[in-house]
Design a protein around this ligand. Sequence first.
Ligand SMILES: [Zn+2]
Ligand SMILES: [Zn+2]
Length: 268
Amino acid sequence: MKEFVKSLRHPSPLPRCFQWLRQLLPPLCWQCKKVLGGRTFLEPSSPFLCSNCLLELPWTDQDYHCRQCGKHTAEPNRLRCQECIEDIWELDETRSVLAYDDIVRHWILQLKFYGKEHLSPLLGRLLALSFQNSNWLEKYDILIPIPLHSSRLRKRGFNQSLLLAYYFKKNLGKFAPELQTHWLRRIRATRPQTELPLAERLVNMDDAFETSLEVQNHQILLLDDVMTTGSTLNAAARCLKEAGASSVGALVLGRKMWDSFEDRFPDT
Ligand SMILES: [Zn+2]
Ligand SMILES: [Zn+2]
């Protein structure tokens, strides 16, 4: 619980005189600095985007993606792409909101490695916006953000996936699945998958997670900031299913489309 509270820590408030000045200034688009209407904000201190910048984001076209791994497909409504037919994926389905391209990558790196926690309300809201007029979430009753190992949490000071899950849920209100932060734990510190050659990725995530029996018979939605190789999410899904979860899906803000065969998730 202590870690949960710590990772939800909000950035320090602005000094009182700046808060007063800020109230006098109109809110600006986080991207192009155009003046926004006051109602654009969930919270007055949260950055957000104008409608033009929102439209220009690389939104994922849900019809042209493999339902299981989230990879772009040439034909619409593919349940499994060729790679998913050849591999064994533990995730039942994957939904990405944005392609992990320049701007999305920049935001996520700023949030994770440059301490820009104030981006999390914006990113959590973008996650929620993609579910307007969609009943995709209804099948899930539990939302679990991918946990960090305690050593990385100490170093970073917050878990970016938990912050995203918190603001995602805050925007969706009663339509969001129940947030559970203690059902899945990271028990082994692992090196980032992107730093590792293919062969080492195979074993890097082995036994990285542990879970509790509370997951039994639940439909669980894992949430992560970005999906590159997919091995972290698959390892978490494997752990949850072994403990009795009935289904496990993944929701990610940014999805890196595979560039080559070596980039694909190689299941073991
Ligand atoms: Zn703008
Ligand atoms: Zn696929």
